[in-house]
Write a protein that binds this ligand. Structure first.
Ligand code: ADP
Ligand code: MG
Length: 340
């Protein structure tokens, strides 16, 4: 028997391997592994199902993540995957592994956030599972949603010439994480210090309390637009564009000067961390914005939308390039390109 290290496959390689060994038994399974949510035929509409797990000290650190925010975020990131299919969420299940380190009050605080998100996204908590954990807290949520089959936006529908759009702004959640991590280090060195979030409220909020962009799903429906492809930005823009490109069999051209970056994100990147803001926007994760492609005929409908940025277009050649502000054309994945 040979032993293969997981690191040689990586997360996506491992998922591909599981997918390759999966057998589908039911015609009602319209989409299995490989998109933001699975798609199941259910009468005139389809059910959408997505699961995401958050693990203590991998996805969150309770020394700066308040439990209500954690509960809210765990729901929001799952709702975001239903949004990324152009669907409407309806139910969630919540599964917890908890150690006796947590009190009843702590679990109440976690559920305060879960219920607050249920209220905001109009979803019903319908079940879950509770078990003990030898170590940290694990929270796994499954979201169930619904969409008409003709309205579902898969990752694989982008066509050459489609406009590449992203909602909101990018890189803020990553800057928020860096700020919180920096303050934790400072606090451990000097427990007397009073952490100050002045001028950093937006990026910290984006890290601690992300929102699923259901507002955009409703607006796209009002505008009569069905994206040709869609994904939510959980791992970072470059990674998500590569999923859309790979699954759709097209490439992309992205314009650095079109990337939406909030002023606070921009200033913190440069002044506090000496980072290039657009690198943070491209590679930082957890923004939970929607990245989608639309046919060119919809250009007029979205071009002035204040919360949708047109950042590029899809190309026939399968590479993903960035047109930099300095006039260079570089592969998008490469970090730290020269600005001048
Ligand atoms: P997202 O970032 O949108 O949550 P992921 O990258 O986590 O998506 O997952 C991509 C796809 O792989 C999804 O269809 C998901 O259901 C599937 N997947 C992830 N982990 C596993 C697993 N352990 N077994 C089967 N399918 C999985
Ligand atoms: Mg997703």
């Amino acid at each position: 028997m040979t032993r293969t290290e997981l690191s040689s496959l990586g997360e996506f390689g491992l998922i591909d391997r599981i997918k390759a060994n999966t057998k589908i038994n039911h015609k009602t399974t319209l989409k299995g592994i490989g998109d933001d949510a699975a798609v199941i035929e259910a009468g005139d509409t389809c059910l959408l199902v997505s699961t995401d797990m958050l693990v203590e000290n991998v996805h969150f650190d309770l020394s700066y993540m308040p439990l209500p925010h954690l509960g809210y975020k765990a729901v929001a990131v799952n709702i975001s995957d239903i949004a990324a299919m152009n669907g409407i969420p309806e139910q969630i299940t919540v599964s917890l592994a908890i150690s006796n380190r947590f009190s009843v009050e702590a679990i109440d605080a976690l559920y305060q956030g879960i219920f607050s998100a249920c209220e905001d996204y109009k979803v019903d908590l319908i079940g879950g599972d509770t078990t003990s954990s030898a170590g940290g807290l694990v929270i796994s949520i499954t979201a169930i949603g619904r969409a008409k089959p003709t309205k579902i936006a898969y990752r694989n529908g982008a066509k050459k010439g489609d406009i590449l759009c992203v909602t909101g702004d990018l890189g803020a959640a990553y800057m928020g994480l860096k700020v919180l991590q920096m303050q934790k280090v400072e606090f451990l060195e000097n427990p007397q210090m009073q952490p100050s979030l002045e001028g950093k409220e937006y990026v910290v909020r984006r890290q601690l309390k992300p929102q699923a962009r259901m507002d955009i799903i409703h607006e796209l429906a009002d505008l009569g637009i069905v994206p040709t492809a869609m994904i939510d930005v959980s791992d970072g823009l470059a990674s998500e564009i590569s999923h859309l490109s790979k699954q759709s069999g097209v490439g992309a051209m992205v314009y650095e000067d079109k990337l939406p970056i909030d002023k606070e994100t921009y200033e913190i990147a440069i002044n506090t961390f000496k980072l290039i803001p657009s690198v943070c926007a491209i590679n930082g994760g957890e923004d939970y914005e929607l990245l989608f492609t639309i046919a060119q005929e919809y250009y007029e409908k979205v071009k002035n939308h204040e919360d949708i940025s047109l950042i590029g277009y899809m190309t026939e050649e399968k590479e993903i390039n960035l047109a930099t502000t300095g006039g260079q054309k570089v592969p998008l994945s490469s970090q730290g390109w020269s600005h001048f």
